[in-house]
Design a protein around this ligand. Structure first.
Ligand SMILES: [Zn+2]
Length: 451
């Protein structure tokens, strides 16, 4: 009789223990710490420093130590070097450069080196997998061919550059399973040359790129129409990669996936992580490559088939971008430091940092996800197992008209699963790998079918 009591207590204890450990996996305390550690003051300091170089036009002075893009990139490199010194050389810092001449584009007044500053924090488990955060080094005046006039580019894009440096400061205190790259890209305003150069470098070196979070203008909260909003921001992503094959395009017609390309999955990931860890923010998924007819440095990565999104403020102020500093009819023009809200830039930097961390702590997504269930009252999925010690896999699904994943089911360490009662026609599906630390890979959308 008495033995019942210990059994009862053991069971009760186990239940408590299990429910606690499941709950503990819901969120990762370290991500809250990362958000807190991002400093608005340091971001302000760095934006002032970058704006202080007068102009960072790609073709500006490279010799001076106080003015021009040469001084700016040397300062950025020295900051990355300093961060590395503080983390026992955890960053590999180098210049990656390509030569451009006026024949290479319409916005190239003279020949010059387009020089990116790259800092790589190598992953412990998957060193050849990379998640990238980028900002831009360069700025422009009203005329982008004019490389001598002052162009402080405080918001466009010292904000993204300062955020990238700050993310490196904060994340360099941790070890990650995959590698993180913090990069300042150049030549953006002249035709996205820095991004093109690094994307080609990545391809040449067979980098397995998880995705790039390109930050371009993350500090303005006052729209040109007077709207003030320090909570919303935009995540731009293209629907499907431009590199898809004719076969893939034809498959899509019959099986779906028009809004489920790799960049869109990355955008959904950023959206979800933000909603989970920074519920005060309002992330807006924008279903397009970039602003209407405009460009950014994630595009050259997309061009080569890599996932990439643009993260930026929700309300742009056109008086404060691509403008010579002046006052006209009482309106102040120019991208000056006074137009930047540092606390907001801190928030968007934190959005990047938690997504870099989560992705770099997560296992790779399962490869070759296939789906079946035609004329059946259930949906079947199968996939290739992920190398390494992981917790298992999770299947996501949502209504065909829903922007975000609505339903999920953790299915353990299996490589195929049948969702009974779920009719394949009425939903879209995807699979993620879940690490033992609870972090999830990007969603892998099915790329094949089976019966
Ligand atoms: Zn710009």
């Amino acid at each position: 009789m008495n033995t019942l009591f210990p059994k009862f207590f053991t069971a009760a204890f186990l239940l408590i223990f299990i429910s606690h450990s499941v709950k503990a996996q819901d969120t990762d305390e370290r991500l809250y710490q990362i958000i807190e550690d991002v400093s608005a003051d340091r971001i302000e300091h760095d934006i002032r420093k970058l704006a202080g170089f007068g102009t960072r036009n790609t073709f500006s002075d490279t010799v001076s130590n106080t003015r021009g893009i040469g001084a700016a990139r040397r300062w950025i490199k020295s900051e990355f070097d300093k961060i590395s010194t503080n983390c026992k050389s955890c960053l590999e810092v180098f210049y990656q450069k390509d030569f451009v001449t006026p024949e290479d584009g319409e916005r190239i007044p003279i020949e010059a080196w387009v020089v990116n500053v790259v800092a790589i924090q190598k992953g412990t488990k998957y060193p050849n997998r990379y998640v990238i955060m980028s900002g831009d080094i360069d700025s422009r005046a009203s005329n982008t061919m004019d490389f001598t006039t002052d162009a402080p580019g405080a918001n466009d894009n010292a904000s993204g550059m300062a955020g990238t440096i700050e993310a490196a400061r904060v994340l360099s205190k941790y070890k990650f399973e995959s590698s993180i790259i913090y990069v300042g890209l150049s030549g953006e305003e002249q035709g996205l040359f820095g991004g093109k150069g690094l994307a080609e470098y990545a391809q040449k070196n067979n980098w397995d790129i998880i995705g790039i979070l390109n930050n371009d203008m993350i500090g303005n909260i006052e729209g040109v129409d007077g709207v003030i909003d320090n909570r919303s921001f935009r995540i731009f992503s293209e629907p499907v990669p431009p590199t898809e094959t004719e076969d893939e395009r034809r498959m899509r017609r019959f099986y779906g996936g028009e809004v489920d390309g790799i960049s869109r999955q990355l955008a959904r990931y950023v959206h979800k992580t933000t909603e989970t860890y920074m519920p005060e923010m309002n992330p807006m998924m924008i279903y397009r490559l970039d602003r209407f007819g405009r460009g950014g440095h994630h595009r050259p990565f997309n061009d080569l088939g890599f996932a990439g999104v643009r993260i930026m403020e929700a309300h742009e102020n056109y008086n404060r971008q691509h403008q010579n500093i002046r006052t006209e009819n009482g309106i102040k023009y120019g991208d000056v430091v006074e137009g930047v809200n540092f606390k907001y830039a801190k928030k968007l930097t934190a959005v990047n940092a938690i997504n870099l961390a989560s992705l770099a702590w997560a296992p790779p997504a399962p490869a070759k996800v296939e789906i079946g269930g035609i004329v059946e009252p259930s949906t079947k999925l199968r996939w290739e197992s992920v190398d390494g010690d992981i917790a298992g896999y999770k299947i996501y699904w949502r209504d065909t008209t829903a922007p975000y994943w609505q339903h999920s089911r953790f299915v353990g360490e299996v490589t195929e699963y049948t969702l009974e009662g779920i009719v394949i026609d009425n939903y879209l599906f995807g699979v993620v790998a879940v690490g033992k630390n609870g972090h999830e890979s990007l969603v892998e959308f099915p790329s094949g079918t089976f019966r």
